[in-house]
Structures are given as C-alpha cells and as structure tokens.
Design a protein around this ligand. Structure first.
Ligand code: C2E
Ligand code: CA
Ligand code: CA
Length: 583
C-alpha cells in the first residue's frame, strides 16, 4: 500500500468482492465499486476529521441497506473487512507508526464507525421490512378491493342478465313480477293496471320472413313500447316470446287502462318496413285494472294472461278487459275438462234416448242417443256442457267411440223386443269423421255387438259437413257401404251452399229446431214458407226429412201435411234413460 488513494481503491475492490452476490442488487460491478467508493470516502472523511462524528458510519450502514445490500452477510463481511484492513488500507494503522495516540484514536473511531454502521444498517433494514410489509398490506387491500369490485360487477351483471331480456334489453317476467309485488305491497296510488300485449300471429311472421326478421320486429316493438312506457312513467317488460307487459301504477278507472292499451296497440300497428319489405303487424291486449293494495302478483299475472287469450280468441287486434265471471266459467270448464278422462274410465258417460216418430203412423221408428255425464259432484250434465270441451281436448274421439258402442248394444237389446225395433241415431263429431280409423271401428262395433248396420244411423252436423275434405268424404262413402245410414243434423243452420246435397253420400236431413219456431202462431209466416221449401228440397234430391224440436200438435200437423217423414221433440218424448222407454 504505497499511498492512501490506491490503498482505498484496493479496499473498495475488496469490499465489492465481499458483498456482491450476498443479495440481489440491480447494479453492475462497476456501479457497485463506484457506490462503495463513495461510502469509503465518507468513512475516511470521518476517521480523519478534526472532530469525530460516527454519523458517517450510520449513514453508510443505511445507504448499504437502501441500495439493497440487505443480507446479514453483507453487513458481517463489511465489518470483518473494515476491522481487518480499513485502517491499514487508508494508512491509519498502528502497524504504520506515526504516533501512538493518533493510532489509538483511529482504532477508537473505527470501532465507533463500525458500531454506527451496524446500527444504521439494522435500522434501514428494519424500516425497509416495515415499508415492504406496509406496501404488501396496501397492495393486499387494493387487490381485495379490486376483487370485491369485480365480484360486485359480475354479480350485478349476472343479476341484470337474470332480470332482463337479452334480445330487447327490457325487464323480463321475473323483474316485472317483482315490481308488481312491490307495488301491490306498497301502492303509490289507490288503483293500478296490468296490461299484457301480445303480437298477433307472430309465428307466421317468423315463418314468412325468417327468425332474424322476427327478432328485429321484436326489438322494434320493444322500442315503441318502451317509448310509450316512458311517456306514461310506467314499467314495460318482455314476458314471453311475443308478449309484453305494462305496469301502470296510477290509473283512476278501467277506461284509463283500456285507453292506454289501445295506444299500445296503435303504436304496434304502425307500418314497419324491414329490408324494403312491409311487415304487417297487429297485437291484442288483456287488461286488468283494480284497486292497488294487496293481492298475489302471480294471481294478477295469471288473470291478465287469461284476459289476453280472450282478446285473441275474440278475433285478435283488440283489447279485452278482465271479467271475473268469464274467468270463473273458464276455470270451471277447465276443471271439467281435466275430469273427463277419469269420467271415461269410471263409465260416467251415459246415453239418454229420444224417439224419432214416423209422422204418418205416429210410431217411434228410431231413437236418438244423446250423451249425458253423471258427474260424481255436479250431478247430471247436459252435452252442451261437455261435448265442446271434449272436442277441444280431442277426447271426443275416444268418448264418441265408447258412446257408439253403448248405443249399438242398446239397439241390439231393443231388437229382442220383437219386430219393428227402432234404429239408433248416434251423433258424430267432426274429429271422429276425420279419424282414419272410424270406418274400421264402426264395422268392428257392429260386428261385436251383432247389430245389423241398417239399425244404425249416424248424424253429422251441417257445420261439420261444410269442413269436410276428400278424405272424410271417402270415410262417409265407406260408412254407407257398410250399410249404415247418414243424416245431416241441424240442417239449415250451417249456411252451406245447398249444392253439396247432390254430392254428399247421405240419406236424410234433420231440420234444425229453429224452423219450428213461429209455426203455431202463423202458419203463413216466412219461416213456414222456408220449412215448406226445405222439405221439398230434401225430397227432390231423394233424402228423408226429419223435423227436430217439435213441441206442439199444431207443429206436428203442419209437418205431416208438408209430407215431412219423421219428427222428434218434446211432443213425442223427452230424452230419457233407456229403462224409462217403452214403460
Ligand atoms: P242435437 O243433436 O241437435 O240434439 C237435439 C237436442 O235438442 C237435444 O239436446 C235434445 O234434448 C233437444 N231437444 C229434443 N227435443 C226438443 C224439443 O222439443 N225442444 C227443444 N227445445 N229441444 C229439444 P241435448 O241432449 O242437450 O243435446 C245437445 C246437443 O249435444 C245435441 O244436439 C248434439 O249436437 C250434442 N250431442 C248430444 N249427444 C252427443 C253425442 O253423443 N256425441 C256428439 N258428438 N254430440 C252429442
Ligand atoms: Ca243430433
Ligand atoms: Ca239436431
């Protein structure tokens, strides 16, 4: 060590060697050497200062740690190196005799510097650890807040998706029902209205223009209805494929609600042009306006849904208003319809018989079989109460076949009473005629029961005849080939083109009871003239003619004079159970 400068350099290089690699420090070797050189200069300055201050040691310890030399080895090796050679390298060692006092002072100062360096280092490392912990704590808090926000956002997104319609962005049925429940629980006004709007024949639009156009129509309609809802400060939702709902929270009367619904229908009916094509649109509405407090929202939704169906059933493009009586009737009919299959299984459907009398002889030559339902709770039900329901549900086909067999067994039983046994006349519903299995079923019944086919007559209403297609016409011909007689029931009520009488394979007409009205009071009235003509028309095309609804001897007289063949009505006997006949 020739001089303090080069000695210090050697110390600095040695120092760098010792501490590089003890921790990860983002400095090159040269930078490290530079950095340590600065620290070493400080230490030297302090050792040689006139008045000594160990603060330089503290500062060096601190900067070491702050420069990321934080490993305990960095401190340990620094101290060891300083003790071993610092004084010698900088020319202050006792080994280099200057004067003993100053050498001792240098030792003392070095010890103090080392102590302060260790303290500065320790303090800085501790501060850094605390800072790092603090940073970590803060980062953790930030991450937690971000995560919570993300969860909240995604929950909000999921909730929004669950309560809104994807296509139109409108609230959906769930949200609408929620809002309705809230309004019913805490009504803002004394009365409210719920209005459902359904597009008419939307399936046809989808089918004609394609589902993409269908979707665009729905979006357009949604926009129109949203604008209307905004104007009236009420809620609109899409509650089904082509159905929308309004909650009008402050109506004063039903008229209010109907006017509102009408406005919605008129908006929808405005012409829509998509891709240069006119898409005709109309809609129907169901409206329920009521006092706002209380009630089950689901009940309200159901009632308005039913009301919308009324509007559609009544001809579409109109508003219907909820009617509790009509609803009660619907509910009762639905219950009755639902009870029918069990009624069929339990053999609750029976036949009453009403005589068909030959006007010339006054003899009963046939019996019309008329259905009755011995309902376990409601008692004896007339066919007007359940045949329509059976037609709607399709059960009429099974029921009709069961009744046909019953009637044939009854006719077969009469046959055993002796000669001149009456034929039985059974009513057929239009679905039965369309059923491809009918001919085989009739043949099978006749065969099993052993009834000659000429003792079976089948009645088909004129309105059913009007809807007959080629296939059903084939069915009628095949029935006739079996030897069964066919008559047109309620003739004169179906407004048919009379030319069909020439083409249909039928044997007779049953004139509707309406033609009997008025005959008593005025035999020359127009109705009477019509009756004359009907009987004549029937006979001219080779058909037998039966008059229905004959209640008085005067009517029977008149019919006899007209040459009408058979008559049926209260005058000759009401429909009764078979055991009451011939008694
Ligand atoms: P319909 O075939 O025209 O039957 C005649 C209806 O007129 C019967 O009513 C009968 O009770 C009633 N009637 C008979 N004489 C008189 C009279 O002098 N004056 C008045 N005002 N009415 C009279 P019902 O039994 O209630 O049957 C009603 C309708 O139900 C029948 O009309 C028929 O269309 C249908 N129906 C009855 N049974 C069956 C069945 O088994 N199958 C099918 N598909 N329909 C049936
Ligand atoms: Ca009939
Ligand atoms: Ca009839």
């Amino acid at each position: 060590m020739s001089d303090a400068g080069s000695g210090l350099d050697a110390f600095v290089r040695a120092w760098a060697r010792e501490i590089i690699g003890t921790s990860y420090v983002p400095m090159t070797r040269a930078q490290t050497v530079d950095f340590l050189r600065g620290r070493a200069d400080l230490l030297v300055g302090s050792l040689t200062a006139e008045t000594f201050d160990a603060g330089a040691g503290y500062a060096v310890g601190t900067t070491l740690a702050r420069a990321d030399f934080t490993a305990p080895e960095a401190l340990g090796r620094t101290i060891a190196l300083m003790k071993a050679r610092f004084l010698a390298d900088v020319g202050l060692s006792t080994a280099v005799p200057t004067d003993a006092d100053s050498a001792a002072e240098a030792d003392r100062r070095l010890a103090a510097l080392i102590g302060a360096l260790a303290e500065g280092f320790a303090r800085a490392v501790r501060d850094r650890t605390l800072d790092a912990q603090d940073d970590m704590r803060r980062a953790a808090l930030r991450a937690k807040a971000a995560a919570e926000r993300a969860v909240r956002d995604s929950e909000a997104r999921v909730l929004h998706a669950a309560l809104h319609d994807q296509l139109t962005g409108l609230p959906n049925r769930a949200l609408f029902t929620q809002e309705l429940a809230r309004t019913l629980a805490a009504p803002p006004a004394p009365r409210l209205a719920v209005c459902f709007v359904g597009l008419d024949r939307f399936k046809l639009i989808n089918g004609t223009f394609g589902p993409a156009v269908g979707d665009r129509v729905l979006v357009l309609v949604a926009e129109q209805l949203r604008a209307l809802a905004d104007e009236h400060d009420c809620l609109v939702a899409r509650i089904g494929g082509d159905e929308f709902a309004f909650l009008v929270p402050d109506t004063t009367c039903t008229d209010d609600a109907l006017k509102f619904a009408d406005r919605a229908l008129r908006r929808i009916a405005e012409p829509v042009c998509l891709d240069g094509r006119d898409v005709p649109l109309s809609a129907s509405a169901g409206v329920l306006e009521r006092s706002a407090d209380g009630g089950d929202p689901e009940d309200v939704m159901r009632a308005v849904g039913v009301t919308l169906q009324w509007a559609k059933a009544d001809g579409r493009a109109r508003c219907a208003q909820f009617d509790p009586d009509r609803n009660t009737g619907d509910v009762a009919r639905y219950a009755l319809s639902a009870a029918m299959p069990a009624g069929l299984r339990n053999d609750e459907f029976v036949l009453f018989y009403q005589p068909l009398v030959e006007l010339v002889s006054g003899q009963p030559v046939g019996m019309e079989a008329l259905a009755r339902w011995r309902h376990p709770v409601r008692g004896l039900l007339s066919p007007n109460e359940f045949i329509g329901l059976a037609e709607d549900s399709g059960l009429i086909v099974g029921l009709g076949l069961r009744l046909l067999e019953k009637a044939c067994r009854q006719a077969e039983a009469w046959r055993w009473r002796g000669p001149g046994a009456p034929f039985v006349s059974v009513n057929l519903a239009v679905q039965q005629i369309r059923d491809p299995g009918l001919v085989a079923q009739v043949a099978d019944v006749l065969d099993r029961v052993g009834l000659p086919p000429e003792l079976l007559q089948l009645e088909i209403t004129e309105s059913a005849v009007m809807s007959i297609d080629d296939h059903s016409l084939g069915t009628l011909r095949a029935l006739r080939r079996l030897g069964v007689r066919l008559v047109i029931d309620d003739f004169g009520t179906g407004y048919a083109n009379l030319s069909y009488l020439c083409d249909l394979p039928v044997d007779g007409l049953k004139l509707a009871a309406t033609f009997m009205q008025g005959l008593d009071d005025d035999p020359d009235c127009k109705r009477s003239a019509l009756l004359d003509a009907m009987v004549a028309v029937g006979h001219r095309v080779g058909l037998s003619v039966t008059a229905e609804g004959v209640e008085t001897p005067a009517q029977a007289d008149r019919l006899r004079r007209l040459g009408c063949d058979l008559a049926q009505g209260w005058l000759f006997g009401r429909p009764v159970p078979p055991e009451e006949l011939f008694s």
